[in-house]
Write a protein that binds this ligand. Structure first.
Ligand code: SAH
Length: 236
């Protein structure tokens, strides 16, 4: 292929949206489709969830020392001693949430912002809350650079954010010791919350559906390991 034809080929790739995010190459896209096959084998069936995992460039949410592992199905450390969840876990929680386009979702535990980007990619109105100020600031910048629009809140997710509620869905991405009452009260009637509940080192994935003003249906969906949901805010 001569030089001009090669340039034309590159611009066609860009026009067709293949290289929408700078730093997202065909190699990354190939690794993402392998990751999709892997999480499908582990039981993820929701097409909308799979499409979002296939689109969001996870390597752009990772700490620089782990970028080359971005498409392994594993959790990795991010700044401030926290983690970016395993893609299977992100997909599993999102699948349990049973979202529909346009719903208002509160995510507790912004972390890297990867899960928030998945929810935005699925057409949801996303409110995400983080207790560590530096992570809140970094995730906000990262998502805006990548063109994902979400509302970022700095605060204690145990309290939720009643002023923007009630929510169709609430997704907690850190391990709680019990289902937080204040979050239950911020669910719309019929709303669903997915929250890992347990001790440090082991949580059960819980789905909590608001059936009536004081009536909740609780179901359990297997064991996971998350960093703990902690009370209060942290400056750095
Ligand atoms: N959803 C994240 C995973 C982050 S790990 C991602 O996709 O990368 C869990 C996050 O929850 C951490 O960043 C931690 O600081 C945060 N967290 C823990 N307790 C919290 C609380 N009470 N309120 C808000 N965020 C909290």
């Amino acid at each position: 292929m001569d030089f001009l034809r090669f340039r034309l080929f590159l611009s066609l790739l860009t026009i067709s949206g293949i290289n929408m995010h700078s730093g997202d190459t065909l190699k990354h896209q190939g690794l993402r489709s392998k990751l999709l096959t892997e999480i499908q084998h582990k039981g993820i069936t929701d097409e909308k969830v799979l499409a979002a995992i296939g689109k969001v460039p996870r390597h752009l949410f990772m700490d620089s020392s782990f970028i080359r592992f971005a498409y392994q199905d594993s959790a990795f450390p991010i700044a401030s001693g926290q983690t970016i969840s395993q893609p299977y876990t992100v997909a599993f929680q999102t699948q349990l949430l049973q979202v529909e386009e346009g719903m208002k979702v509160l995510e507790v535990g912004t972390g890297s912002g990867y899960q928030s980007a998945i929810l935005v990619e699925m057409g949801l109105r996303v409110y995400t809350i983080e207790r560590i100020r530096s992570l809140f600031l970094e995730a906000q910048l990262r998502l805006s650079e990548l063109g994902y629009s979400a509302h970022f809140l700095y605060g204690d997710g145990y309290e939720g954010s009643p002023s923007y509620g009630p929510y169709d869905r609430i997704l907690v991405t850190a391990g709680a010791t019990e289902i937080p009452d204040k979050l239950k009260s911020q669910l719309k009637p019929g709303g669903i919350m997915v929250v890992p509940v347990g001790t440090s080192g082991h949580q059960d994935m819980i789905r909590c559906v608001r059936k009536g003003s004081d009536e909740f249906e609780i179901t359990m969906h297997g064991g996971f390991v998350f960093v703990p949901l902690l009370k209060g805010k942290r400056e750095s």
